[in-house]
Ligand binder design. Sequence first.
Ligand SMILES: [Zn+2]
Length: 390
Amino acid sequence: MKGPTPSRLYKYFVRRLRLGGYLEEPGDGRSLPQIPASSLLWALILARVLRVASFHGVERLGQARPGALGLERPFGDDALAYFTERLDPEGTRRALVSLLRRAKRNKAFDGSARIGLAVDGSGAGRSQKRTCRLCHAQGKGHGHRFAAISVVGAGLDLPFDVEFYAPGENELTAAKRLLERAVRNLGPRFADYLVVDGLYAGSPFLHLAEDLGLPVVAALKANLPELYQAARRRFENTRPHARFEHNGGHVELWDADDFIAWHELRWPRVRVLRYRHVRPDGQVFDAYWLTNLPTRRIGPRALFLMAKSRWAIENQGFNDAKNRYGLGHIPHHHPTSVVVDALLTFLAMGLERLYRLRYLRRGTHPPYSAMHFHVLLWLNLGDSEPYDTS
Ligand SMILES: [Zn+2]
């Protein structure tokens, strides 16, 4: 088994994922560029896989190991700042969608599972003073806020688009723009469902998802008081409709599809699922979810798994992006660079996950852990195997 090296990762990116065209023409807006876009872009992507977040760190990496980055000559961090300020984010969005489509075609997702999309909001990047139009006042400083979307529930969680919003806008408005764009780019039949938190459970967002052809699974909380109370009245103090073992603990389910929709919601009836999940450590999670997925097509147990898949966007999406890949760090404080940086972080995560968990896993070799892979890639940086860019 050959371990990971930068040039093998590059070959995988260009030949298997077929993203060489993106490296050549990513939407470079520089006039008279001195350094090819493909060099700067690949350095940024590889640096993110190596978890080097700052442009200064990328510059130093390029100086220390130009061969490992496939560079003919090193560049300064100012070249990266200038490049990302002028890079059209749409090129990287298209590359991410192309990566997802290829993953689906190559059966990288669980064959048995349904492919979900999760949308959620978060914040990242702190600064002392207001520096760009995306800066929100936050505590004593400033920060950026966004809605992001991820593939979830199919064995491989892949965040793939982000929408930052300015002060005066809100997460829901950004999430609507994001969802419309994501479904337009992915195509209508890519995913089987959308899963969201209670904030999104209002009728405008549910109607938008329906118009886009996506059934929705949304957390049902006290912000929908009538339906929430009706479901609690019906399900509490009644025996569960199903019970099964789950990850060493157990789950009890209540499920009914004849709840009356609230006034603004145009669905004829609402289906509500309640689960009570007791984990092996004794922690209990009691939650209500609403959906327009029909009972005859999706049983309560499958619906439970869809609801649970929402946590992936926080754990394998936001938390990994921030803790492992440095999304909280602002390498260059410019509104376009901030968007580009988040998209490149998602692209690096997708590349790493597909390569490590799917490509290297072929045969009998068990997959490397994220940490093991990361260490091996660093150890192999000195490997002067030349890049084959033919
Ligand atoms: Zn800012």
